[in-house]
Design a protein around this ligand. Structure first.
Ligand SMILES: *[C@@H]1O[C@H](CO)[C@@H](O)[C@H](O)[C@H]1NC(C)=O
Ligand SMILES: *[C@@H]1O[C@H](CO)[C@@H](O)[C@H](O)[C@H]1NC(C)=O
Ligand SMILES: *[C@@H]1O[C@H](CO)[C@@H](O)[C@H](O)[C@H]1NC(C)=O
Length: 209
C-alpha cells in the first residue's frame, strides 16, 4: 500500500512538476516531424512517450548507433539527438520526453477536422460536428477547459477572450471536432505581456495534469 502510494507520488511529481515545460507542435498529418530535446544532450538520448500515466521508450539515440525499443519503423534518430517521425498520423499525438525531460506536446490534426481561426482577445464559438449526438461534452486533447472564459450552450462551446494557449484540438462527445488556431496579436507590447503571463503560468502551482 505505502509502496503504491509512493510510486503514485513519484509519478505525480514527475508529470506535474515539469508539465509546463513542453514545447508545442501542431501540424496536419505530414511526411515527417522532427522533435527536439529541450537541452543539448552530450551522451545518449532516450526518447519516450507518455502512455496511461507512465513513459514507454521509443528509441535510444547513441553517439555511434541507435537502439530501437519498438518495432515501429517510422521512428528514427538524428545526430543532434532529435527524433524523426515519418508519416506522422493523428495517433502519434501525445507527450514526448527526451531523457525523461518533457520535450514536445505533439498534436497531429486528424484529416477532415475543421480548422477554425480566431484572433487573440476575440470571441469564438465551436460547433459539435454531430448535432444529433446525445453526448456533446467538450474536452481537449491536452489539458482542461477553463471554466471562467468557456461556456457551453446548445452543444456549442463559446470561448470569450481567446488566448494563445487555447489553441489546439477540441473534442465533442469524445470525437475530434475542431482545431482552434488562435492568432497572436503582433503588437510588441502585447507579446511582452503574453510572455509575462506565460511565466506566471509556468509556476508549479498551476501545473496540474
Ligand atoms: C495557425 O495559423 C497560423 C497563421 O495565423 C499558421 O501559420 C499556422 O500554420 C496555423 N496552424 C495550423 C496548425 O493550421
Ligand atoms: C491543414 O490542412 C487543411 C486542410 O485539411 C488546410 O486548410 C490547412 O491550411 C493545413 N494547415 C497547414 C498548416 O498545413
Ligand atoms: C484577425 O485580425 C486581422 C487583422 O486585424 C484581420 O484581417 C482578420 O480578419 C482577423 N481574423 C479573424 C478570424 O477575425
Amino acid at each position: 500500500m505505502s509502496i503504491k502510494l509512493c510510486c503514485c507520488l513519484i509519478s505525480f511529481a514527475l508529470f506535474s512538476h515539469v508539465a509546463a515545460d513542453f514545447g508545442h507542435i501542431m501540424v496536419n498529418e505530414t511526411r515527417q516531424i522532427i522533435l527536439r530535446c529541450h537541452q543539448f544532450v552530450k551522451g545518449d538520448a532516450t526518447w519516450s512517450r507518455e502512455k496511461d500515466g507512465s513513459l514507454s521508450r521509443i528509441i535510444t539515440i547513441g553517439v555511434d548507433e541507435d537502439k530501437k525499443h519498438t518495432n515501429d519503423p517510422r521512428y528514427n534518430g538524428r545526430a543532434d539527438k532529435s527524433l524523426v517521425i515519418i508519416n506522422a498520423k493523428f495517433s502519434d499525438s501525445g507527450r514526448y520526453y527526451c531523457n525523461n525531460e518533457p520535450a514536445v506536446e505533439l498534436t497531429v490534426i486528424p484529416p477532415g477536422t475543421k480548422i477554425q481561426r480566431v484572433n487573440e482577445t476575440e470571441r469564438v464559438t465551436l460547433e459539435c460536428p454531430d448535432e444529433e449526438s446525445e453526448d456533446s461534452k467538450w474536452s481537449r486533447l491536452f489539458g482542461e477547459i477553463p471554466q471562467q472564459r468557456f461556456k457551453t450552450k446548445n452543444q456549442k462551446l463559446i470561448i470569450q477572450d481567446a488566448k494563445q494557449e487555447d489553441s489546439g484540438l477540441y473534442y465533442c462527445g469524445g470525437k475530434p471536432a475542431v482545431f482552434l488556431n488562435v492568432t497572436r496579436r503582433s503588437t510588441s507590447a502585447l507579446i511582452t505581456l503574453e510572455r509575462a503571463i506565460l511565466v506566471v503560468q509556468q509556476s508549479p502551482v498551476q501545473s496540474t495534469v
